[in-house]
Ligand binder design. Structure first.
Ligand code: IMP
Length: 199
């Protein structure tokens, strides 16, 4: 099955392909399908924003489209940056490094560093059907960055029981425990059920 990926994030696209490839799901980037727009993420929840992105790509291409809206919830910051993870500093031109620096500054020296990554997957079909899945990965925020792999907040996030940040894991190790890995495996299961029900 072929799905349009409603994202311009190359890191996410790589993870989608790594996780879904062996399940027989081919991922085509929305840019490869001629869509270069960015959708305004005006929703208050990961689920709402995932739907906005998937629906926009589905309508623009006329084909089934899948999206991920994801982010980091830090307990000591009341769940921030949450749905605003990609826009945490409030300036579009800022980098992931700027956002990680702000996170460390806002947390200060507190020992209360529990956090989780959340991924909401949404797949929108031209007939109006929608499949949703969610995955989380519990962990904590390190006191300083470690590791070179991954993207976003990976070098600050230590998954529970790992002793290494996500940026110190290989791609395979990350996909096996990540929020996106969990959400995409659940999505693949629901997609198979959906396809089987149609037969
Ligand atoms: P979105 O594209 O609006 O879903 O933004 C998600 C943001 O959350 C990214 O820009 C990252 O800052 C952060 N994020 C989501 N997933 C990950 C991950 O797997 N590793 C590190 N940061 C992530």
């Amino acid at each position: 099955m072929k799905l349009i990926l409603a994202s311009n994030n190359a890191h996410k696209a790589r993870e989608f392909r790594e996780i879904l490839a062996h399940m027989g799901i081919e991922i085509v980037l929305q840019s490869e399908a001629g869509c270069n727009f960015e959708v305004d993420e005006t929703g208050d929840t990961f689920e709402a924003n995932a739907f906005l992105k998937a629906e926009a790509a589905m309508k623009a291409t006329g084909e089934a489209a899948v999206s991920d809206d994801s982010g980091l919830e830090v307990d000591a910051l009341g769940g921030a940056p949450g749905v605003r993870s990609a826009r945490y500093t409030g300036r579009h031109e800022d980098t992931d490094a700027d956002r990680r620096a702000l996170l460390l500054k806002n947390l200060g020296g507190t020992e209360h560093r529990a956090a989780r990554f959340v991924s909401a997957i949404c797949c929108a079909f031209p007939n109006g059907d929608v499949i949703r899945a969610r995955g989380t990965c519990e962990g904590s925020i390190a006191f300083a960055e470690r590791g070179e792999n991954g993207f976003g907040y990976d070098s600050l996030f230590v998954p529970e029981g790992m002793g290494r940040t996500m940026a110190e894991l290989t791609a395979g190790e990350k996909n096996a425990i990540s929020h996106r890995g969990a959400a995409l495996r659940e999505f693949a299961r629901l997609l198979k059920e959906y396809q089987d029900a149609d037969k």
